[in-house]
Ligand binder design. Structure first.
Ligand code: 13P
Ligand code: SF4
Length: 324
């Protein structure tokens, strides 16, 4: 991550500041757009101009005419926006908001792995650093991974990184045998199968809906598997009234807004007494930091221009393939 100062981030906000009003004023004054991921807190989702999954955030960044993009999500999401819009200022409320999955794939080791497998097409999940994207042929998100893998001939030799769980799931639904990087998300890996099975007994009518970053045993007991956007859509379309939700619990905010008559039960992790599973990186962003970030136009995401030129190609390829 950048070495720039992150000192403005934690500045105390003057007492009595109406954060909603001031954030709104600053966004208009500065022609800024606020993009938020579904794992952000409810108040950040509610004030954002747009809330979406990783694909939708990239699509919005690619088409916005705003001068400033504030990405309320994690670092790789801000980086993807900056790679797509190198001439815009891209801000994140907290520069420490990383991603364990992106961290599980250091660029030098991944580049070496790719070099050891000549003739392979490299497909990388968007949860990667710019330097990993720079050695990638096409980026995918959990919304379009199947569609993009399916677009290659059946005998294409493919490296898929970094998420072994998503890679295994895509292999299972496409009949491929992609070579997988051994990375994972610490949040999605810690859902408890035992607790989910207990919830299924407690709520026999509920559907279990799951993000594909979860481990295989969780996927196997699920009624529906998909990206955050796909899970939300499923809850709106399904006849069922109760859902056990196996992904970061922030997504339930939008599910409740879209289906107020339905019940959403967060699937619990295996390591605590807490009922829901939160990504501590996503939760670093707060309304105070969002206000400071707009006010001081910091912290800013910066990407090395040489890496940007290479990394933009597989992201643009993904955006083109997603339109098909
Ligand atoms: P989505 O693209 O499904 O929103 O997933 C992003 C993510 O970080 C999941 O952990
Ligand atoms: Fe990364 Fe996992 Fe957090 Fe998603 S939930 S941002 S994959 S650490």
């Amino acid at each position: 991550m950048e070495s720039q100062s992150i000192g403005y981030m934690d500045r105390p906000v003057p007492e009595g500041t109406d954060l909603r009003v001031e954030i709104d004023k600053l966004r208009k004054e500065k022609n800024a757009i606020i993009l938020a991921h579904y794992y952000q807190t409810g108040e950040i989702q509610d004030i954002a101009d747009f809330v979406g999954d990783s694909l939708a955030l990239a699509q919005w960044a690619a088409k916005t005419e705003a001068d400033i993009i504030v990405l309320c999500g994690v670092h790789f999401m801000g980086e993807t926006a900056k790679i797509l819009c190198p001439d815009k200022k891209v801000l994140v409320p907290d520069l420490n908001a990383g991603c364990s999955l992106a961290d599980s794939c250091p660029a030098p080791a991944f580049a070496e792995f790719v070099a050891q497998h000549p003739g392979y097409t490299v497909i990388s999940y968007v949860n990667t650093t710019a330097a990993v994207k720079a050695v990638t042929d096409v980026v995918v998100t959990s919304t379009n991974a199947k569609q993009i893998v399916d677009s290659f001939p059946a005998d294409e030799k493919i490296i898929f990184g970094p998420d072994r769980n998503l890679g295994n799931y895509i292999n299972s639904i496409t009949g491929r045998n992609m070579l997988l990087w051994d990375g994972a998300c610490h949040v999605h890996e810690k859902f408890s199968l035992e607790k989910i099975l207990e919830l299924k007994v407690q709520y026999p009518e509920a559907e279990v809906i799951t993000h594909p970053e979860c481990k295989r045993p969780i996927i196997e007991v699920s009624d529906f598997v998909g990206s955050t956007a796909a899970l939300i859509k499923h809850t709106m379309l399904s006849d069922k009234k109760q859902f056990i939700v196996a992904t970061e619990s922030g997504v339930i905010h939008d599910m409740r807004k879209k289906s107020p008559d339905k019940e959403f039960i967060p699937a619990p992790p295996n390591d605590s007494t807490c009922a829901c599973n939160e990504c501590e990186f996503m939760r670093l962003n707060t309304m105070e930091k969002l206000y400071n970030c707009l006010k001081y136009e910091s912290p800013e995401i910066l990407v090395d221009p040489e890496i940007q030129k290479k990394a933009v190609l597989p992201i643009k390829r993904m955006l083109e393939l997603s339109e098909l």
